[in-house]
Design a protein around this ligand. Sequence first.
Ligand code: MG
Ligand code: ZN
Length: 227
Amino acid sequence: MAKRIRLAKRVVAESDRLAARLAETFQQAGVFVANLMSSPGSGKTSLLEETARRLAPQLRMAVIEGDLATDRDAQRIRKAGIPAYQINTGGGCHLSARQILDALDRFDLAALDVLFIENVGNLICPAEFDLGERRRIVLASTPEGDDKPIKYPVAFNKADCIVLNKIDLLAATNFSRDAFLGFVRGLNPAAPLIELSCRTGEGLDAWLDYVRAERRAAASGAPRTPK
Ligand code: MG
Ligand code: ZN
């Protein structure tokens, strides 16, 4: 057992070391890097498609797509007009700093303003792995229910920004906005909470303003402030 704990500690230390290297690389390049996490189906890819349609080409953006299998999401992103680099984890349930580091060989980071990392769809272990990102964005959506935050407290507690998607479906679900806000604020009092609908476009402006502001901060060389 002691041996296993020692090994686990070594793996975590290696992962943190690579994440620190990534953070430094991103800061030097002046690129805003956001790590998106959610359950499957909350709308990570949809949010990135809408962001691409509205902010490219004013901002030079790309996406690293993490999926267990297929390149379907990468294809959607490319159709929306920006490059996407697929990582298939082959069953792995989160992206690792090593995988991101390897992906950086596939494009010119310095030619970007914003890099989105769409993590594997699950709210559990992606929250445990720093990828050197400036901001950690956690998405939820109304059909999933209002209790996601208390069921996955680590993800919501560590989030720098929380997006509630599919607000156009509020009336069709039992989702209580007040309950959701209460759960979120109990875990994370200060992170911006942006309510939107990728389908209708409602609320997207607030999200785009957030991306623009974070991009300006990253371009000015301001270091990230990890939780
Ligand atoms: Mg997706
Ligand atoms: Zn995992």
